[in-house]
Each structure stands twice: as C-alpha cells, then as structure tokens.
Design a protein around this ligand. Sequence first.
Ligand SMILES: Nc1ncnc2c1ncn2[C@@H]1O[C@H](COP(=O)(O)OP(=O)(O)O)[C@@H](O)[C@H]1O
Ligand SMILES: [Mg+2]
Length: 205
Amino acid sequence: MEQQNKSKNITWQSGEVSRAQRYRNMQQSGATLWLTGLSGAGKSTLAFHLEQRLLQMGLKSYVLDGDNIRHGLSSNLGFAPEDRTENIRRVGEVCRLMADAGLIVLSSFISPFREDRHRVRAAHQTAGLAFVEIFVDTPLALCEQRDPKGLYGKARRGEIRDLTGIDSPYEVPEAPELTLTPEGSPLDNCDRVIGLLWQHGIISA
Ligand SMILES: Nc1ncnc2c1ncn2[C@@H]1O[C@H](COP(=O)(O)OP(=O)(O)O)[C@@H](O)[C@H]1O
Ligand SMILES: [Mg+2]
C-alpha cells in the first residue's frame, strides 16, 4: 500500500516458507473478495452465505465484517471521512495478510470511497494476490425500506450523522468484477460469486 512509514528504521524480514508452499499446504490459493455497497445492501448476508458455501466445498475462508471489525480492530474509529479511510486501510492490510496466508477473505464493508478501495486493490496487485471487487448495488430507497438496523430512520430524524447515502457520500465502483442487483436472492448471488471465483481461477477442481 503506498503509504509513508512513520518509522524509518524498519527492514523487511523474509521467511523460509514461500507463498506457493503455504498455498500447497492449504490446498487452495488465497484471495480477497471485496463486497462494497450501502448499509442494508446485503453485504453481510452474502458474505456469511458464501462462508457457509465455501466451507461445504471444503475451502477455507473468513469473513471480515464492518460492524464486527468496529468492535475490535477499529474500535477507536468513527465515521468521519478520515476514520473511514483508516478503517479501510487497516482492513485492506488484514485482507492482504490473510490472503497471503492462503485464506479466501470475504470482506464486507460499505467502503464508500473509490480511492480507498483502489488502494486496497493496488496493494493486492503489487503483492501478486487475487482481488475481486463485488458491488452489491441495492438502491438507497430499497436499503432505506429494509432499514434492518434502524439507521436510516435515525439519520432522517437527525439522531445520527455521517450515514452513507444520507449525509455522507457513496462513490459507485467504476469497474467492479461483478455487480449484484436486488433482483437476485441471497442464494442466487452466492451462486454468481462462486461462478466468478471459478472464472478467476481462485477455486478450481
Ligand atoms: N438479496 C437479497 N434480497 C432480499 N433481501 C436481502 C438480500 N440480501 C440481504 N437482504 C436483507 O437486507 C437486509 C440488509 O442486509 P445486510 O446483509 O445486513 O446488509 P449490509 O451488510 O450490506 O448492511 C437484511 O434484512 C437482509 O435479510
Ligand atoms: Mg453488514
């Protein structure tokens, strides 16, 4: 990730086990599947369905989910733009580490800023790691109608601020590998993503 290191006195240490050896040991290749979309779009639902499906296929995956990460790794961050950027930078780094370790990482964050998502993609590419961006393209009106956490109601009543789509921007992905529209059920979407993983050689026979 193109970032300035605060510390100058650091040297990269190479291990003895190569990524190829790790992947052979894991009997799969690591990758990051990046789900992006508004709150209520269906990212978590899809990520958890996918985790279940991959497990049934004998594959090893792990979900990094927005709300859960804010309970721990990002518990010191809020929803101001710079905090959102830092959240995605951190999570992007964790994805990169997990994908390097050989896991199929299912990342489910609103990740509203194009540049933040791009930085995570570029960091994966630089490191030779597979990265697939999936836009869960559910229109705001439908997300607001679903409002499973009551956030849109609170935002409309002025009880909370910085909600993406209401008073904080969402920058639509320009070239995601897959766009999912609300016509598909969670299971349909799951099938489409599994198809995409085959297509990209992330899973193979
Ligand atoms: N494909 C879908 N079709 C219909 N409803 C869905 C679909 N995916 C998710 N939902 C519903 O939408 C709501 C929001 O889903 P969630 O996965 O929590 O969204 P996000 O993680 O993007 O905020 C939930 O009530 C969920 O059951
Ligand atoms: Mg969610």
